[in-house]
Design a protein around this ligand. Structure first.
Ligand code: SF4
Length: 69
C-alpha cells in the first residue's frame, strides 16, 4: 500500500463499462467475473488518478483518511 489509502469501487454505481480496467492501464484495477471493477488494495497507491476515468463516479476515496499518512 502507498502513502494514501486505496480507493474503492462503489458497486452500486459501477455499470461494468470497462473503461477503468480496459482503457486505463493501472495494475490495481481488476475485473470481477460479472464485469464489476474492483481495486487490488495492495497495488493501489491511492493517488486517485482513476477516479476521473470512471464516467459513473463509481471509483471513490474512502471517506475517512488518517491525517499524516
Ligand atoms: S469505469 Fe466506472 S462504471 Fe466503468 S467498469 Fe470502471 S468502475 Fe465500473
Amino acid at each position: 500500500m502507498g502513502l494514501l489509502p486505496p480507493v474503492y469501487v462503489d458497486e452500486s454505481a459501477c455499470e461494468k463499462c470497462g473503461t477503468c480496467y480496459e482503457k486505463f492501464s493501472c495494475p490495481a484495477i481488476g475485473r470481477k467475473p460479472d464485469g464489476l471493477a474492483f481495486i487490488i488494495n495492495d497495488l493501489c497507491n491511492g493517488n486517485g488518478s482513476c477516479i476521473q476515468v470512471c464516467p459513473k463516479d463509481a471509483i471513490k476515496r474512502p471517506k475517512r483518511e488518517v491525517a499524516g499518512k
